[in-house]
Write a protein that binds this ligand. Sequence first.
Ligand code: ADP
Length: 404
Amino acid sequence: MTETPIDGTVLVVNAGSSSLKYQVLDPVTEEVIADGLAERIGESSSRIKHWYRGHEVVVDGALADHDAAIAKVLELFAADGVDVADSGLAAVGHRVVHGGRSFFEPTLIDDVVRSEIERICPLAPLHNPANLVGINAVSALLPEVPAVAVFDTAFFNGLPDAAATYALDAAVAEEFAIRRYGFHGTSHEFVSRLTSETLGRDYGDVNQIVLHLGNGASMSAVAGGRPIDTTMGMTPLEGLVMGTRTGDIDAGIVFQLSRVAGMSIDEIDVLFNKRSGLKGLCGENDFRSVRERVEAGDEAARLAYDVYLHRLRRYIGAYMIELGRVDAIVFTAGVGENAAPVRADSLAGLENYGIEIDPERNAVRSGEPRLISTDASAVAVLVVPTNEELAIARQSMAVVRRSA
Ligand code: ADP
């Protein structure tokens, strides 16, 4: 194999139903070498934004499917003189949303693994099929490069039964694998580990609450490195109010919408996953716009923000009790890393519980892990930027090394 500019790096792939995000990065130096996004795959208006070592190209033009998108991305690399197939790329790491009860750790992909991911598609009908298409498309073009699946559910595999079990007819739950799996696990693990490092403490000694607040949002309670609860459930729909998802909702609403409103199950699925949350409440799921409207006195945005915060505070309270002792509360992802008012409002008035944010520290903008609580605060409050691509790259590299 020839030594080329991406030798020893990992290609991280996150395939959605009509999109494909990718990054080439060095899991050791953390250097990002290439980064890109193919959108609207399958439509005539497809677009690829591709960035390689400091320069960006945007390519418009129909991409029939994921195979066409990957082929085009490899062409863009070739235009920069990189033959990805013969470049010494160490691994491809695929984000796979649902590992069901089959996958608890990053796994080298072979035909057996592929068919098992396919078998559990009914558990994540919106995500796993797309992930699989991504896996097949990449392996068709890069057959020599080992591919690893990194599951979003894996970190939460060890949830205690009391947290993972729905109070549902046990036989039905067993037959259809209905239980709480949890998602965003790669991020929760990465951020909780980095929090311990930032505090200079052993991972096993720190009890923490992690708030991953992006467009999708979830919270976890991690006791000494072991997750004991998380807000997402069998699917990513449960828990916090999100950009377009309801989060927790009375299941009786499904009966009402079906019987009285005459909606089909597919329509209710779209309503709950795509037309609810902040978007459903105020027409907007981009948190920056919601905040701007709150500041301008917009009532719908105010209610959306209040409902969002109410849910956050409910879970923070629950997880404080579940953990018993809390050492750290950590904010991450787009909203958690950038929206200082959300951090301040979600922990306001908790001084009696030893939680006190320092307004000046909270206002600092930075890409680094940082403490935002006062020196007197018994509980450390932090902002710790997540990096799921780096976590996937490291885990994929580790699997490839072990299996070599
Ligand atoms: P995902 O990966 O789930 O798509 P991200 O973690 O990228 O989401 O977070 C996206 C969210 O972060 C959007 O709602 C966006 O508005 C919000 N966000 C980004 N920057 C800011 C900011 N400066 N203030 C408030 N919200 C922000």
